[in-house]
Design a protein around this ligand. Structure first.
Ligand code: SF4
Ligand code: SF4
Length: 153
């Protein structure tokens, strides 16, 4: 897992297990073949092993990246975050990295840039904001907006 870009991603995922010479389409996979999510057995349930430490097989979607789908990306600002975990709960791609209820950052290999995490972030200003994919994260952090004042009634 990478917080800055693709890692451990292969163009030949699944070929080895199928015994094929090159990538085959879904309709060329033999009927009844079992596509396993992990190489070998897990000593304990996957839920008890950190995602980046699981022994994924090449068939597991975790070994593929959707980073190229993004045109905009979320950038995380640690200085404002209150670790409420809203973004972690709502992210549809499990791409918020959190440990022991502390938000650590974005898994940019699997984030597809939907912006849901930004929508649900409650801080003022938000601790996650969307920027263009090409923007450097440090530049994004340097341009973070100030706290908005409440309008007087
Ligand atoms: S932009 Fe979407 S996919 Fe990416 S971390 Fe936020 S909620 Fe998850
Ligand atoms: S929703 Fe915002 S404040 Fe809450 S953990 Fe995520 S980034 Fe931090």
């Amino acid at each position: 897992m990478s917080m800055t870009g693709s890692a451990g991603i292969t163009e030949k995922r699944g070929i080895r297990e199928l015994g094929a010479e090159e990538k085959v389409g879904w309709d060329a996979v033999p009927q009844g073949v079992v596509l396993t999510s992990f190489d070998g057995l897990l000593d304990k349930g996957a839920a008890f092993i950190k995602p980046e430490e699981r022994n994924y097989s090449d068939f597991n979607s975790y070994t593929a990246t959707v980073a190229s789908w993004r045109v905009i990306k979320p950038v995380y600002n640690r200085d404002i975050c209150i670790d409420c975990q809203n973004c972690w709960v709502w992210c549809p791609d499990t791409s918020i990295i959190s440990r022991d209820k502390q938000m650590l950052g974005i898994d940019y290999d699997h984030c597809k840039g939907c912006g849901v995490c930004v929508e649900v972030c409650p801080t003022n200003p938000k601790s996650l904001l969307m920027f263009t994919e090409a923007m450097d994260n440090d530049d994004a952090l340097a341009s973070w907006p100030e706290k908005k004042k409440k309008a007087k009634k």
